[in-house]
Each structure stands twice: as C-alpha cells, then as structure tokens.
Write a protein that binds this ligand. Structure first.
Ligand code: NAP
Length: 335
C-alpha cells in the first residue's frame, strides 16, 4: 500500500514554516507475520513536537533530519497477522504523520469499542485530556471549591482543565488569544471569568476574576502569564507547570519570573509534571472522562485540518492560535 508521510527537512531557529517539512510517498507493503497494516484516520499535532525539532536532548528524543514526524495517530487496521487484532479494529499508535503504516501488533494500542469519535482519542479521551486531569488533580492537588486560573484555556489541555475544575465546584478563570475563544469559555464551558491576554493587563484581569487570589494556577504558557499568576497566588497555593508555549520558538533564553521569591513567603508549591508521570491514573481518567462526556458535564471542540499535506500548517497553527480545542488532521474516512 502507498502512503504519504511528512518528514522533517530543516531545523527552524524560530517559528517553523511549511518549508521545514517534506512530503514523501512510500510503499509500506503488506503485514508480515506478527504485524498489522493500519490506515490512519486522524493525526495529532502537538506543541511538544516543536522541542523535538531542535537538535537537543529533552525529555523526548529529537527528530532526525529526513525522519518522519512521529506522534499520536488513530487509525483502522486494514490487514492483521498479529494475534488479537482484526481488520476494522481502531488503534492508537505513535507512528505519526503518515497516511498508513505497518508495525508489530504490540506497537499499537487497541481502542476496543469507541466511547467517543475516533479523533477524541487524540484529545479529550487521549494524552491532552489525561494531561489536564492528572495535572490538575495530582500535580496541583486540586481541592473542591478552590479558585483556579488556567492559561491556554481554549486549547486541548486548557479547555479540559477548566471544565474538570468546574465539575469539582471551583471558581475558574481562563486566558486565551481571541474574543471568540473567550466567548466559548464563558458562554459554553462555564468559566467564571475569561479574558483575551493579547490586549489585557494580566494582573488586573486576575484581580477581576479572582479577587480573593488563586489557589491553583495551571500553566500552559509560561513567561508573563507565570509571573502574573505568582503575584496573585494565595498562601500555600499550587502551580502546576504543564507547558511554556510562549517560549517554544524563542531563539534566546527568556528571563525567568522576577517575583519567584514570593513563593517563599507564601509557601507556594511549584511543580512541573509530564503526563507520563501519572500513568497509574489512566483507568481513573478513562472512567471519569467517559462518564462526564456521557452525562454532558464536559464537552469538547476540535479544529480539523484536511489531508496529510496540511499537517505542517496545522502544527504551525498551534503557535499562532489557529485552533479552538484540539488540533487534528484528518487523513482518512472514519466511516
Ligand atoms: P493547545 O493549547 O491546544 O494549542 C496551543 C495554544 O497555545 C494555541 O491555540 C494558542 O492559543 C496558545 N499559544 C500559542 N502561542 C502562545 C503564546 N505566545 N502565548 C500564549 N498562548 C499561546 O495545545 P495543547 O496540546 O493543549 O498544549 C497546551 C500546553 O500544554 C503546551 O504548553 C504543551 O506543551 C503542554 N503539554 C504538556 C504536557 C505534559 O505532559 N506536561 C502534555 C501535553 C501538553 P491562544 O489563541 O490562546 O494564544
């Protein structure tokens, strides 16, 4: 079977451009003994991939030049010579930006009967949803009824953070990069206060949204958002450092928060985390999230780009705010 895939062609110093990627066509062949042949339905584009485009060790290995952009994808099995996997099964894999691929059966994860549309397994029912759930409940030790601020609030992780906090009876403040996003947060997701950070005084908005201060800040953005949140934390508040997307395309290291000493006097707990640190919470996450989706307490949106050739543009769009909810690329027909 023929498949087109997207490879890394060059390492951009700043914001990536479509020229940093190349689309190639390969023949993936057919499943050999122990293997499955999978046609992908949806590919994930995620901010962490930006770090992998640098030739520098981080918590995930860098992509090599000429290497296919690996990452999350959901697809259907076309042929299987692996035990326990049948044609038509939905599988989650980490083979990334490819229309189709061949792999050992143990390298794909069977999704079983879908509790949500296939694309949701890259978002609310997948890695970003679990990041929100574990980061809020475990890394930030959220307690019922607290006051929470989340940045990147209209994105895949942030929109789930805010909604889980509402389920837990919290007051929720969010920041996002457009009036449309802000409207979604307050009108549809139940945020108590939201603002467009592009034309706002962050500290003034936090004062409006959380006059008594913040118990929890869930940081997706870093930089001035982190600085403003530190200034507004209550005593013994917790900050979960999930991501720092405002810095991912920086060509020079950005200065750290200048008010970090406030963490001492206020007894703040500032904790970085990766979703994989909380793998043991997977069953709890799947049970709670499918329940909340089924009873309508949590909802989600996706921004869908069409065709594998749009994957670079979708990915770059993460850094310009082109997505509401989870950004995915549709490469196959789910029917
Ligand atoms: P996302 O929020 O769906 O997409 C990225 C969003 O970031 C964009 O829509 C954009 O929205 C915002 N953004 C881009 N540049 C920005 C800037 N300079 N300042 C402020 N906001 C900016 O992405 P996601 O997958 O949910 O990831 C959110 C964060 O979580 C990222 O930092 C990511 O690295 C992190 N993450 C961490 C883990 C972990 O295990 N720790 C796992 C997954 C994700 P606006 O229009 O609002 O600017």
């Amino acid at each position: 079977m023929k498949s087109r895939e997207v490879q890394l062609k060059s390492r951009p110093p700043g914001l990536p451009s479509p020229d940093d990627f190349e689309i190639v066509e390969v023949d993936v062949g057919d499943a050999q003994e122990g293997e499955v042949l999978v046609r992908n339905l949806y590919l994930s584009v995620d901010p962490y991939m930006r770090g992998r485009m640098r030739d520098r060790k981080s918590y995930v290995a860098p992509y090599g030049l000429g290497e296919t952009m690996t990452g999350g994808a959901v697809g259907r099995v076309v042929t299987s010579r692996a035990s326990g996997i049948a044609p038509g099964d939905h599988v989650l894999s980490n083979y990334g930006w490819r229309e189709a691929f061949r792999a050992p059966g143990e390298r794909v994860q069977l999704l079983g009967e879908l509790a949500a549309p296939a694309s949701a397994y890259l978002g609310i029912m997948g890695m970003p949803g679990m990041t929100a759930y574990t980061g809020l409940l475990a890394a930030a030790s959220l307690a019922d009824g607290e006051t929470v601020f989340v940045s990147g609030a209209a994105g895949a992780v942030g929109s789930v953070v805010g909604q889980v906090a509402k389920v837990k009876g919290c007051r929720v403040v969010g920041s996002a990069g457009s009036a449309d996003k802000v409207r979604w947060l307050t009108a549809d997701l139940g945020f108590d206060h939201a603002f467009d950070y592009r034309d706002a005084d962050l500290r003034a908005e936090l004062g409006k949204g959380a006059p008594e201060g913040l118990d929890v800040y869930f940081d997706n953005v870093g930089g001035d958002h982190l600085q403003a949140a530190i200034s507004h934390m209550r005593e013994f508040g917790r900050i979960a450092l999930c991501g720092a997307i405002s810095m991912y395309n920086d060509t020079e290291p950005a200065p750290g928060p200048t008010n970090l000493a406030r963490a001492i006097g206020m007894g703040l707990n500032i904790r970085g985390f990766l979703v994989r640190h909380y793998g043991h919470m997977r069953d709890d996450f799947l049970r709670d999230m499918s329940g909340w989706l089924a009873d309508g307490r949590i909802t989600y949106r996706e921004t869908v780009f069409e065709g594998i050739e749009s994957a670079p543009e979708a990915f770059i769009g993460l850094f310009t705010g082109a997505n509401i909810g989870k950004m995915v690329v549709r490469v196959g027909d789910a029917a």
